[in-house]
Design a protein around this ligand. Structure first.
Ligand code: CP
Length: 380
């Protein structure tokens, strides 16, 4: 099953304006820039599907640091870098000198002198991830500027406390390909769902709310009381919806969000008050473990927040497209039957990320990218 059908030629001037641009938060990108980035991702997906080598960045180091677990995003980073001809290296954040107190600014300078792109995941503590990404970028840019080094070393956010942009962009790409290029008028339910496994970051629902609200859709966010998201991300989602002629609403009723939905995105995240408690306790392992237990106990008051057959039947003709960033808690966030029916869809959704990361690196680093893509098309 292949869906790389939505193709619009990326706008040349927009692409040139994105040279050197880091992907830290989708809110930093205009609609035209998002469209250009996804057009490039579609091109890479088509070329890759035809077996065409896309090595537009040969012999460059794509370094990534993960302060949290990952299966999909790590492999998408490595897969994107390898397809572009780069050399991917992924390290555990706790093994760097940041764990011994080296500042993000200093670390950025050190990584920037050796690498040609930097990916970072830092998603568990509110107020830390996005801040660290911007400090790393500041350190890289200062080193390159002060040494007269012309290299572009973009930073790619591989999930922080605010946004998970490669996930949200992959999801938008998947939705556009499934809905013939347009989300206008579609109802998209982003819902909290019960999880007993661990308290998950806020950045997926925040990133989805911010990005999916830009294209004229009706986006409904559902969660139990106490599971609010960061207010600035909600304010951006509201503004985006208003600007696009769409709608953004919040409810505490999962059924209401699912009623008539074209798309459902039910996944868990941690309760806000305890996410905030984590900030003060972030250096204390025992306190963090205690907070985690309390988060799971709070989650357990909402075991009925599950995406099951009854709820799917409430959606448009009972056939809403089920999205999940994965891994999903089967039997808690989603029933086994719903997940089994969506198994291939969620795998295809996840596969978009490799092309989004390729696009994010290429638009930031390849001058006259449209010409390079034209040359690649001639290869096969
Ligand atoms: N969806 C996602 O980011 O998956 P990983 O945590 O496995 O990278």
């Amino acid at each position: 099953m292949k869906h790389p059908t939505v193709y619009a030629k990326p706008d040349k001037a927009t692409l040139e304006g994105m040279l050197g641009k880091s992907l830290l938060c989708t809110q930093d990108f205009s609609d035209a820039e998002i469209d250009a980035l996804l057009a490039v991702a579609t091109t890479f997906e088509q070329l890759d599907g035809r077996g065409v080598r896309c090595d537009v960045l040969p012999a460059q180091l794509a370094y990534a640091v993960f302060f949290d677990n990952s299966t999909r995003t790590k492999s998408a980073w490595a897969g994107a870098a390898a397809r572009l001809g780069m050399h991917p290296v992924i390290v555990d954040g706790s093994s760097t000198q940041i764990a011994h107190g080296e500042t993000a600014w200093e670390t950025g300078a050190m990584l920037g002198m050796n690498a040609h792109a930097l990916g970072v995941r830092h998603d568990t503590i509110l107020g830390q991830g996005q801040t660290m990404l911007r400090e790393l970028k500041g350190g890289i840019d200062a080193f390159l500027r002060d040494t007269g080094d012309p290299r572009a070393v973009p930073v790619v956010n591989l999930q922080c406390d605010v946004d998970h942009p490669t996930q949200a962009l992959a999801d938008l790409q998947w939705l556009r390909q499934r809905f013939d290029g347009s989300l206008r008028g579609k109802k998209i339910a982003i819902s909290w769902a019960y999880s007993p496994s661990y308290a998950k970051p806020l950045s997926v629902p925040q990133g989805e709310a911010m990005l999916l609200s830009r294209w004229g859709a009706e986006v409904v966010l559902a969660h139990p009381p106490g599971y609010d998201l960061l207010p600035e991300t909600i304010a951006w989602a509201r503004d985006n919806a208003e600007r696009s002629g769409g709608r953004f609403a919040i409810t505490h009723d999962m059924d209401e969000a699912f009623a008539g939905a074209d798309v459902v995105y039910p996944k868990s995240w941690g309760p806000m008050a305890l996410m905030q408690e984590r900030v003060a306790a972030s250096a204390d392992k025992k306190a963090l473990a205690d907070i985690e237990k309390r988060m799971l106990a709070q989650n357990a008051a909402h075991t009925d927040w599950i995406c099951d057959e009854r709820r799917m039947a409430l959606t448009r003709e009972g056939k809403a497209l089920y999205l999940h960033c994965l891994p999903a808690d089967i039997g808690a966030e989603v029933s086994p039957g719903v997940m089994e029916r969506a198994r291939l869809d969620v795998a295809c959704e996840a596969h978009k990320k490799v092309y989004v990361i390729m696009a994010a690196l290429a638009v930031a680093k390849v001058p006259k990218l449209w010409r390079a893509l034209k040359d690649l098309h001639k290869r096969g």
